[in-house]
Design a protein around this ligand. Sequence first.
Ligand code: BJW
Length: 241
Amino acid sequence: MAKGEAIVILTGAGISKESGLETFRDEGGLWSRTRIEDVATPEAYARDPKRVLEFYNMRRQSMVDGNIRPNAAHLALARLEREWPGEVLVVTQNIDNLHEQAGSKNLLHMHGEMLKARCATCNDVIPWEGSLGLENSCHACGAVGRMRPHVVWFGEMPFYMNDIYAALDRCHLFISIGTSGNVYPAAGFVQHVRMRGVGRTVELNLEPSEGATLFAETHYGPASEKVPAFVGQLLNAGRIS
Ligand code: BJW
């Protein structure tokens, strides 16, 4: 196998759909029932924190109680990380913990994590599985009513951007899985890789995304089928191109 060829994988809500979690923009998805402006912006939280906390409490509870498990696509990416001789980095927009459950280790949650809470005053982040309310106080600074979901809302800066761009700058293969390509900066990663003039770009999705034409190679179908098949081919070939 070629040593040192690096792979960056961007995942979105589509990879977790077959584990029972909702996507955002598909028909019947989260944003078809709830307005982004009401629950996923800092302004919404400032205006009506209780409503925003309740929206995330419901989703957190269904994630914990629903016994949500990784599917074949998450497991295939963990296998790729274990067996590929070069670097494999998963950058996920998802706030679920299915990549961790599947065994992925080199993983960045650019839009945060559902099972963590952050203090809006001192930025302390702690694990959080129960409901969040305005009565909760921060264990680090003691502020009351300032614990919020550890997620990235519209207009907020996603996490790990320096690490992500550094990885995109050295990767030989960029794979985008189960994301509609509507939300920046993630939607711009494929262009970032293509601008370098080297590197293979692949989209694996149920159907063509907004930015489908930017990818050199596309494969359409459920992630639980397309991802294991693609990973199997990659590991058999032992090289990227
Ligand atoms: C399957 C499948 C199966 C289904 N198998 N596939 C004006 C003002 C302020 C900002 C902006 C502005 N104009 C533009 C911006 C930037 C803005 C943005 O992109 N807006 C666009 C709407 C235009 N972005 C931001 O604000 C970001 N921050 C930022 O840019 O910082 C810099 C900045 C700072 C200050 C000022 C200005 C700029 C932050 C974005 C945060 C996104 N947050 C959310 C919520 C996270 C918490 C939560 O979960 O509640 O992240 S929104 C939501 O969208 C979530 C997702 O991670 C993200 C992406 O969605 P995803 O994963 O692509 O899901 P879907 O549903 O869209 O697609 C699913 C796909 O799966 C589909 O393609 C299906 O076909 C497929 N699929 N089943 C395979 N079985």
